[in-house]
Write a protein that binds this ligand. Structure first.
Ligand SMILES: Cc1cc2nc3c(=O)[nH]c(=O)nc-3n(C[C@H](O)[C@H](O)[C@H](O)COP(=O)(O)OP(=O)(O)OC[C@H]3O[C@@H](n4cnc5c(N)ncnc54)[C@H](O)[C@@H]3O)c2cc1C
Length: 511
């Protein structure tokens, strides 16, 4: 069994663990990629008692995993495509995340459709039928109704309570169902990676894997510039849209999904997710989802693209499409001036020769190549745990290990309890769960470090200190773009950068 270690990631631990690796011992498992899939694989393997090192070329959650819609899906969408197995898996994993694995980061969220004057009865019946199917999926997944209540019709007054900004003329009420919503997708990745670290995994960021086979990788430490080789009984490639660069047999068909960010107040307030059908389609929707700091994220597009760039961007036509679709449901239309920021990510869809990227299966792929390297890609953030279980099962075969049972189905992540201390600011509890008191302790005797860093921003300097001392942040961007998400809006970023610079200098001064 791997020795139980601390969940704290920081520069000192990284250096120590890189030195250990340089000693040349052969690991059980090497994981390449520090998105949700790689972090999930590292946790699965380490919790089965294997010796594990994860190598990430930039920072945890650098790739697609931080650009999701932050939905923990019940699988309804896959049911609409007749993909029953994927739908069921998604509903089961949603139930596990909400109840056991990350109840501090995944919360039940009301998802509602306003029944507007111009919505025909057929569309209403289709949505109602979909919601009833969603209830069946929840029951089949055995998620108790007190976590996710049944869907129902709601009155116009209830719709107004969810958002006062909905078009009033002819409003007939709404349809409501419950799904899972992530407080922050990057924080889920970090929590999974730190839980893996607590089970003994070495989590090594700024380590770019240049070449890989089933048992050996060549890595460049981009901090020191040093190149080195690492050997293991099996290598798992979980590099998302980059998977084909290490395994040319894999053909990824990237599809860009973009969101815009507005203030909730511009929508007349918002609770949960306001959903609107895309004109001319019965299966495509645009939603405005409640997000931290009083913001709402409006998504989502699906645009096939050839280029795999590190940080993709929303295009003007995508922004126009999102604004015009959500405006169909609003009394006062949003304009470009309301857009505070945008973000976009690349779906790592596996190419099976479909004609349209919207038709490409969201099913994941686990495959072992001739050298014994296991690649796991595709799928969804919601199903990361199941993907990791399958990938590690394949790795046990490739690495000729004896079978070892997976332990992650109910394994709580760091922070998965709730902090009961009433004196801890609510936004710290929301981001850190049962670690909230440890975050508060970073402030020492200085209560200023627990105050909001700017008006309306639910973030304090103590969280940046915690990010550097315990969550593996090494730079300003790590703090502003991945341990917190203030980087998504330019003016919030400006406020956050000054505080992050101070925190980085303070922690470097301790070394
Ligand atoms: C716009 C959008 C919205 C989405 N919304 C949802 C949603 O609401 N719910 C849901 O369940 N799913 C959603 N998804 C899907 C989900 O986000 C992805 O399936 C998931 O994040 C993919 O994670 P990953 O770890 O496989 O890839 P990534 O997060 O991209 O991670 C791959 C990592 O590998 C690293 N890497 C690459 N090459 C190397 C190398 N050579 N050496 C070392 N490291 C390397 C990268 O830096 C990166 O950090 C959405 C996807 C998109 C694009």
């Amino acid at each position: 069994m791997a020795e139980r270690s601390s969940a704290s990631l920081n520069v000192a631990r990284r250096e120590r663990e890189l030195d250990d690796i340089a000693s040349g011992s052969i690991l059980d498992v090497i994981v390449i990629g520090g998105g949700i899939t790689g972090a999930g694989v590292a946790l699965d393997a380490a919790s089965r008692g294997l010796s594990v090192a994860l190598f990430e070329k930039e920072d945890l959650a650098f790739g697609t995993s931080r650009w999701s819609s932050k939905l923990v899906h019940g699988g309804l969408r896959y049911l609409a495509h007749g993909d029953f197995a994927v739908a069921h898996e998604s509903a089961v994993e949603r139930g596990r995340l909400i109840q056991h694995i990350a109840p501090h980061l995944v919360r039940p969220m009301p998802t509602w459709f306003p029944l507007l004057q111009d919505m025909d009865r057929r569309s209403e019946l289709l949505i109602r039928a979909g919601f009833l199917a969603g209830d069946t999926l929840r029951r089949a997944a055995k998620t108790p109704v007190h976590f996710l209540p049944n869907s129902r019709r709601i009155s116009a007054d209830e719709v107004r309570a969810y958002s006062a900004g909905v078009k009033q003329e002819g409003l007939r009420g709404g349809l409501l169902q419950w799904d899972g919503n992530l407080f922050d997708d990057a924080r889920l990745v970090i929590a999974v990676a730190r839980t893996a670290a607590a089970h003994g995994a070495k989590i090594l960021t700024r380590c770019d894997v240049r070449e890989a086979t089933g048992t050996c990788i060549t890595v460049r430490d981009t901090v020191s510039g040093a190149d080195f080789e690492v050997k293991a009984r099996v290598v798992i490639n979980s590099t998302g849209v980059w998977a084909g660069q290490l395994n040319p047999d894999i053909r990824i068909r990237p599809s860009r999904g973009s969101h815009i960010i507005v203030n909730q107040s511009a929508l007349g307030g918002l609770m949960g997710s306001l959903t609107v059908g895309v004109e001319g389609s019965t299966s495509r929707f645009v939603f405005a989802i409640e997000a931290p700091h009083g913001r709402a994220h409006i998504g989502l597009t699906d645009v096939e693209t050839d280029s795999v760039v590190d940080v993709p961007h929303a295009t003007e036509p995508e922004i126009d499409f999102l604004l015009s679709t959500i405006n169909m449901a609003l009394e006062t239309p949003l304009t470009r001036a309301d857009v505070r920021g945008t973000f976009a990510g690349l779906r790592p869809l596996v190419d099976h020769g479909e004609t349209d990227s919207a038709d490409v299966s969201r099913r994941h792929l686990v495959t072992t190549d001739a050298s014994g390297m296991v690649t796991v890609t595709g799928g969804k953030l919601t199903t990361y745990r199941a993907m990791a279980e399958e990938a590690v099962d394949a790795a046990l075969i490739a690495g000729r290990f004896l079978p070892r049972p997976c332990r992650t189905a109910t394994l709580g992540l760091v922070g998965s309890g709730t902090s009961r201390a009433a004196w801890v600011p609510s936004w710290i509890r929301a981001a850190h769960g049962s670690e909230a008191e440890d975050v508060v302790a970073q402030a020492g005797a200085n209560p200023e470090l627990l105050k909001r860093i700017g008006p309306g921003l639910d973030l304090s300097a103590a969280q940046f200190l915690f990010g550097l001392r315990h969550e593996g942040a090494m730079s300003i961007d790590d703090l502003v773009d991945r341990r917190t998400r203030l980087g998504m809006c330019a003016d919030d970023r400006e406020t956050a950068v000054g505080v992050a610079e101070w925190a980085l200098a303070a922690v470097r001064g301790e070394a």
